[in-house]
Design a protein around this ligand. Sequence first.
Ligand code: PEP
Ligand code: MN
Length: 329
Amino acid sequence: MSMFSIVTLREGANAERVRRSLAGLGLWVSALDARDGRPPQLLIHEHSALWDPDRLMAIEGVAAVARPDSPHPRLDSQPAVLEIAGHRVGRGEPLTWMAGPCSVESEARIDALAERLARWGVHFLRGGAYKPRTSPYAFSGHGREALRWMRQAADRHGLKVVTEAMDTEEVGVVAEVADIIQVGSRNMHNYSLLRAVGRAGRPVLLKRGMAATVEEWLLSAEHCLVAGASSVLLCERGIRGFDTSTRNVLDLGAVALLAHAHGLPVIVDPSHGTGRRDLVAPLARAAIAAGAAGILVETHDDPGGALSDGPQALPLDDLRELVAGAPGG
Ligand code: PEP
Ligand code: MN
């Protein structure tokens, strides 16, 4: 049933010699690009003859052979704890907090916010410079200027940056400033963007498409990794259901599945998940209980005056309380 399997090599192994030994067994093999901190790996393709882990393990230089039961082997072989710009996220690590406005609105505002967020224990400053808006008439972000404001604010106050690239043309400028490149829900199926973001070689925060199955989401993450992303963090942000009483249906079952059955770090975004600021804190706590490795929250110093997503923006005091009251806060 599998399409691929992965052979991990020992340190110092001669990858070309191992590849030839595998090819000699009738296996169709290609090398995976080297990644920082990861041992070299080879990929065995679908329809290869005589896949036999014991025979493969007997080849000199082979350290491990992943079972051929997954269509997203690179995601599966991602470590349970990711190190992103010196910050560790994943199993057994303290909760990761990502917070900021929906869109970066001004230099002074993002700087004042970053100062507070850093003081309250937030790790990543989030904020859109390029905003995917359902209406073509809605505010769509301050672009490059906003990227600069956000990077400067983050650096001044010791935060990391997560921000969205909406278009293949923006990937380069976003990659220059972002510690994590966000791919938004509306773009989870945009494979050319996933590839372009992957080619930047940076960590990716991949939001779940609002009508995507878990498996489609994981395969989109695999696209980023195949193209060269150093790691992918999955972000649950709610899916479309039949009930419109909340903006989306935050799928905490999927969070538990990924965290506990797949061993993957998941970030949960209760802001887009509910669309209502009064439900953000309870669902953040539920997400933590379900196994989230981190929480992403939209916040604003004047939620009523926000240029986008005001109704779901958490007032600053509420955010401070949420972070302080969470495990490890
Ligand atoms: C966002 O994070 O501001 C955003 C647009 O999210 P999503 O892609 O989940 O709608
Ligand atoms: Mn938003």
